[in-house]
Design a protein around this ligand. Structure first.
Ligand SMILES: Cc1cc2nc3c(=O)[nH]c(=O)nc-3n(C[C@H](O)[C@H](O)[C@H](O)COP(=O)(O)O)c2cc1C
Length: 363
């Protein structure tokens, strides 16, 4: 048995991947995945919000067929679980995002490819057996940003998720302590073509200033309008936390929203993503599909997010840990576990399909 397989066999739940990855990864890479902003209050809150939400079962429902499939903004999905966009996969596996794509292929999950990938979007798309979604970090160089949108279209991506919650890098003290930096030889090929000035410097903002070379602090609503005009792909805003912003994003032409505090990696003491969903979903009243990420580790968490108005969830850290310990097989195991838990939860709750997972499933 290979060491990777034996590590994988020790994982029974999604949270097990974290401790296993700690053994398998260099300290800096582990800290980069695990860390949250500031004192990590929000990181804990993302979990607490799921843990204090209780479920209400319904007895004697025929659950001999559980159907978790859905179509979301034109993409058919076998289950409401996506792989969140996560940067720098070569820090976690030598093949980087190519291995993540293989995991997505084998598991059936839709992968949202990060702008800050260490394999180009074109290579990822060519290896993917279904359309990727593309996460867009805007750049101060607007023409470069529009070019990324065009590249996503040419790669056959099925949606663009523009990240709206990182005008500057978060207070990631664990990265600073672990002296996080991209090792020589690990590149961000999607940024090729940006001026050397724009790319210079540590991806972790250093020194006195708060700005990072590849984050754009000047992107505003007028730029979003321009982006909307430039693509016909479904456009989602990733990182929405308030009802007021949610309504404005939909008014600005966004087709969907990802309710997220960026996995608690930006600003500490933001509310849990699940609590933000409690505010946003009623205000939006179904005008656009909502996705949620942040702290999802259990099938019951998926149920709770759906019950509060999400159409689907994304997972970040769990699949990165799984990638680190066993590559594509790890990603597959991670998605399979969560999907199996979701099906088991739906059966035990007497909710055989996603339409029946509504607010009545909450205590
Ligand atoms: C290591 C790491 C890298 C990330 N990179 C990106 C990124 O490039 N773009 C982005 O929009 N979000 C990024 N995120 C945030 C995720 O997309 C997602 O919002 C978050 O991980 C969800 O929370 P979870 O890790 O608790 O599942 C990253 C998260 C992690 C853990």
């Amino acid at each position: 048995m290979s060491p990777a397989t034996s590590l994988l066999d020790q994982a029974v739940t999604l949270s097990d991947f974290e401790a296993l990855a700690r053994q398998a990864l260099p300290h800096m890479a582990f800290e980069y995945i695990a860390g949250g902003a500031g004192d990590e209050w929000t990181l804990r809150a993302n979990r607490d919000a799921f843990e204090r939400t209780l479920l209400r079962p319904r007895a004697l429902v025929d659950v001999s067929n559980i159907d978790t499939s859905l179509t979301l903004l034109g993409t058919h999905m076998p289950f409401p679980i996506l792989l969140a966009p996560c940067a720098y996969n070569k820090l976690f596996h030598s093949e980087g995002e190519m291995e993540t794509v293989r995991g997505a292929n084998l598991s059936g999950a839709t992968l949202v490819a990060s702008t800050a990938s260490t394999v180009s979007l074109e290579e990822m798309a060519a290896a993917s057996n279904k359309p990727l979604w593309f996460q867009l970090y805007t750049s101060r160089d607007r023409e470069f940003t529009w070019d990324l949108v065009r590249r996503a279209e040419e790669c056959g991506c099925a949606a663009i998720c523009v990240t709206v919650d990182v005008s500057v890098r978060g207070m990631r003290d664990r990265d600073t302590r672990a002296q996080f930096d991209l090792p020589a030889g690990i590149e961000r090929p999607n940024f090729r073509g940006l001026s050397p000035e724009a790319l210079k410097g540590n991806p972790r903002a250093t020194g006195r200033h708060i700005y990072s070379p590849n984050l754009d602090p000047s992107f505003t609503w007028a730029d979003l309008d321009e982006m909307r005009r430039r693509t016909r792909l479904p456009l989602l805003a990733k990182g929405v936390l308030t009802a007021a912003d949610a309504l404005r994003f939909v008014d600005a032409g966004c087709d969907g929203l990802i309710v997220s505090n960026h996995g608690a990696r930006t600003l500490d003491t933001l509310p849990a993503a699940l609590d933000a969903l409690r505010e946003i979903a009623p205000a939006l009243a179904g005008r656009a599909p909502l996705l949620l990420d942040g702290g999802v580790l259990r099938g019951t968490d998926v149920v709770k997010a759906l019950a509060l108005g999400a159409s689907a969830v994304l997972i970040g850290r769990p699949y990165l840990y799984a990638l680190a310990i066993a590559g594509a097989a790890g990603v597959v195991r991670c998605v399979d576990m969560l999907q199996r838990e979701l099906e088991m939860s739906m059966a035990l709750l007497g909710r055989p399909d996603l339409a029946s997972v509504d607010a009545s499933v909450l205590w």
